[in-house]
Design a protein around this ligand. Structure first.
Ligand code: NAD
Length: 423
């Protein structure tokens, strides 16, 4: 990783930009540039062959001025503390922008889950909770799934925590299966939230989504459901999709059911075949002549190297950190509306928060209730961002939606810290 693309430095740089525009108090700024607590553990795990292997794990609580920490746990071979710190900062801004009573946190374990069987994964998941049980909890820091962790892993973790606590604690973790306290609507909540943002952004850009062409990078949990929901709810046409193996483009539009089938059977959407369909690389996909691009895979996909080649009118950041700060400026100068990740993909954490609320209540909502409440929160956040942008524009400061969103979020966290007497 080059120094300029170190995700934590990017997160700090984004905060610095917002702090300068809004004239943030220097002490508050200093407090918000670093995590409140970083815990590093070594977790001994019994492997299938009887040996014991040590895994390095982290839990970072970035800020809890507005409520308990909230953020996922990643199991990944190239996991590292700087990425976890950056993601915990972004979670802080995401929960504050959504105005849900939670702070920001993130966790990770350096491991390769693809090389581990269920016995080993269960032992690692339970070991993570035994090592970090004193820093996580329903009223302190509430984890969730992230890269290569899933509802089953959340169920094991909740079970281990409950055993240690001596009573049931469903609210310690979210993203659980519905049978053990999970929420309806969680599985596609990130994409659903993103589509509410797209609906509002299209109104702003005076774009008729029924006539819009969309390209999506990534066909995992975020990208796949975004395809399905965008075509079903807005009537838009998805003309290009990719995954780690490459992508496919068809001017007439791609067929969702067929694409899912190809992905399932052949392992990659790039194997899709139809009249008029052609292969595209991930780089080419981003530069297609479409109305909307949805990066839904990795960080740092739109940089100063390709930002001036983007032709879409709207960039909807469903992935975390797909656009670098330099690229954000270039897009803004070109008049492209780049909707920031911590607004666009906030649906996942908002429904995670709903899950926690339902666990605390012991009373569960229908899927329709969940989507309705999600729409209310996401639409309100969108309007808050637009109001912030307008406010600064009226004082002669032209700021991007990302900076506007940061200002809303940072102001909320700073106010909470001030009221609590932290500075
Ligand atoms: P996932 O693992 O389910 O899917 C990732 C997809 O990206 C896969 O289709 C993979 O093939 C593809 N991919 C990998 N490398 C690629 C490359 N070089 N070019 C193009 N595609 C590539 O992950 P996900 O849950 O869909 O998450 C995707 C992004 O969305 C991440 O940045 C994640 O942090 C973010 N996100 C996801 C959620 C969620 O609820 N799933 C919530 C918030 C943010």
């Amino acid at each position: 990783m080059t120094e300029e693309l170190d995700p934590f430095k990017i997160a700090q740089q984004e905060l610095d930009t917002a702090a300068e525009v809004m004239g943030l108090d220097k002490t508050a700024h200093g407090l918000l540039r670093e995590p409140k607590r970083t815990v590093i553990v070594n977790i001994p795990v019994r492997m299938h062959d009887g040996s014991v292997k040590l895994f390095n794990g982290f839990r970072v609580l970035y800020n809890d001025a507005r409520g308990p920490g909230k953020g996922g746990i990643r199991f990944h071979p190239s996991e590292n503390l700087d990425t976890v710190k950056a993601l915990s900062a972004w979670m802080t801004w995401k929960t504050a922008l959504a105005d849900i009573p939670m702070g920001g946190a993130k966790g990770g374990v350096i491991c390769n889950p693809k090389e581990m069987d269920d016995y080993e994964l269960e032992n690692l998941s339970r070991g993570y909770v035994r090592a970090l049980g004193n820093v996580i909890g329903p009223k302190t820091d509430v984890p969730a799934p992230d890269v290569y962790t899933n509802p089953q892993i959340m169920a094991w973790m909740m079970d281990e925590y409950s055993k240690i606590a001596g009573h049931e604690e469903f609210g310690v973790i979210t993203g659980k299966p519905v049978e053990v306290g999970g929420s309806e609507g969680r599985f596609d909540s990130t994409a659903m939230g993103g589509m509410y943002v797209l609906r509002e952004t299209a109104k702003l850009a005076k774009m008729d989504l029924k006539k819009a062409k969309i390209a999506i990078q990534g066909f995992g949990n975020a990208g796949k459901f975004a395809f399905d929901i965008a075509t079903r709810l807005s009537g838009a046409t998805v003309v290009a999709v990719s995954d780690s193996e490459g992508g496919v483009y068809s001017e007439k539009g791609l067929d969702y059911a067929k694409l899912s089938d190809v992905k399932g059977k052949k392992g990659s959407v790039s194997e899709y075949e139809a009249k008029g369909a052609e292969k595209v690389s991930n780089e080419e996909l981003l530069e297609l002549d479409v109305d909307v691009i949805i990066p839904a895979a990795l960080e740092n996909q739109i940089t100063d190297a390709n930002a001036d080649k983007i032709k879409a009118k709207i960039v909807l950041e469903l992935a975390n950190g797909p656009v670098t700060p330099e690229a954000d400026e270039i897009l803004s100068e070109k008049g492209i509306i780049d909707m920031p990740d911590f607004l666009v993909n906030s649906g996942g954490v908002i429904v995670s928060y709903f899950e926690w609320v339902q666990n605390m209540y012991g009373y569960y909502w229908t899927q329709e209730e969940v989507y309705g409440k999600l729409d209310t929160i996401v639409t309100r956040s969108f309007k808050d961002v637009m109001a912030s942008q307008k406010k600064y524009k009226s004082t002669g400061k032209k700021i991007s939606p990302r900076t506007a969103a940061y200002i809303v979020a940072v102001d909320r966290v700073a106010k909470a810290m001030k009221l609590r007497g932290w500075y």
